[in-house]
Ligand binder design. Structure first.
Ligand code: BG6
Length: 280
């Protein structure tokens, strides 16, 4: 008999006072922080963790949690003038990583366990009124995150997943377009390869990436299916950048890669963006 449940818990890992929800579907589990609507853990089977959470992650003092699946919205990266007409100081990757979200509908059946977190954002610097954003997390034999906002307006978004890796030098992501924007050097590169590997600081935007990617590492395959995206961002800060980030340890960069499902165009539109993770 399949056991399913949704329970509230206070604390996850060293973040002992963080309000969270835990989803259980048979031997699979996921933990979601209400701060940032951030999935922090996905275990397809017990003790088999897909995501990475920094041992130095913090959530107080308006700090975004380093790890799991941060939700970036409504801008990606440093805020641009179109999202910030008054040129005020605003955080990287939008406004919702550092807000508490509400728990909305919950469903539990043999088909899966789902919870929807919602937030009404009424302090957007470029949009009058309140925009309602929701993240639906469904756990069954995969984990699916779907971020949506019905308001028609410029909105960028990313599901900024940090994946745990055992051996960074053997990790690779494929199939990717041969051409990408290299944010480290701010140049467009066409290296004729469909594969990203990690041997230096990596910060790449792959436009029009495929609907299914694979993260491969020694004897492990993770399928990443994306919908509603127009780009995939692949990021690893490497050593020098990590050393300047207060919520990373010096060797943290060897323990994760980010593969981010992103919607980066800024036309007036509603948003539906999803990422589905499955170990095979
Ligand atoms: C990635 C960006 O998505 O996020 C990088 O491409 C950035 O440029 C990284 O450094 C981390 O951002 P933050 O705001 O979480 O430190």
């Amino acid at each position: 008999m399949l056991q399913t449940s949704i329970s509230q818990q206070t604390g996850f890992a060293h973040l002992s006072d963080l309000p969270c929800l835990k989803l259980q579907y048979g031997t699979a589990s996921a933990v979601i922080s209400l701060y940032g609507a951030q999935v922090l853990s996905y275990q397809p089977t017990a003790e088999n963790e897909v995501l990475w959470l920094s041992p130095k992650a913090q959530w107080h003092n308006q700090q975004a949690i380093r790890g799991g699946v941060p939700v970036c919205w409504p801008w990606f990266g440093p805020v641009s003038a179109m999202f910030n007409p008054q040129n005020i100081s605003l955080p990287n990757h939008g406004l919702v990583r550092t807000k508490l979200w509400q728990v909305g509908s919950q469903q539990s059946s043999a088909a899966g366990v789902s919870v929807t977190l919602t937030i009404a954002v009424d302090d957007l610097p470029y949009f009058q009124g309140s925009a309602k954003l929701q993240l639906c997390v469904t756990l069954n034999d995969s984990l699916t995150l779907t971020l949506s906002c019905d308001s028609v307006m410029p909105q960028q978004a990313a599901l900024h997943s940090y994946f745990a890796v055992n051996n960074l030098s053997s990790a690779l992501v494929r199939p990717l377009p041969a051409s990408y924007h290299d944010k480290v050097r701010d140049v467009v590169v066409d290296n004729g390869s469909a594969v990203a590997t990690f041997n230096a600081e990596t910060d790449r935007i792959y436009h029009q990436s495929a609907a299914q990617l694979w993260l491969e590492q020694a004897e492990q395959l993770l399928s990443l299916c994306q919908r509603g995206h127009d780009a995939t961002v692949v990021w690893n800060p490497w050593q020098e950048k990590s050393s300047k980030m207060s919520d990373l340890q010096l060797d943290s960069y060897q323990q994760f890669v980010c593969v981010e499902t992103a919607h980066l165009t800024t036309d007036n539109q509603a948003l539906t963006l999803s990422q589905q993770l499955k170990r095979t």
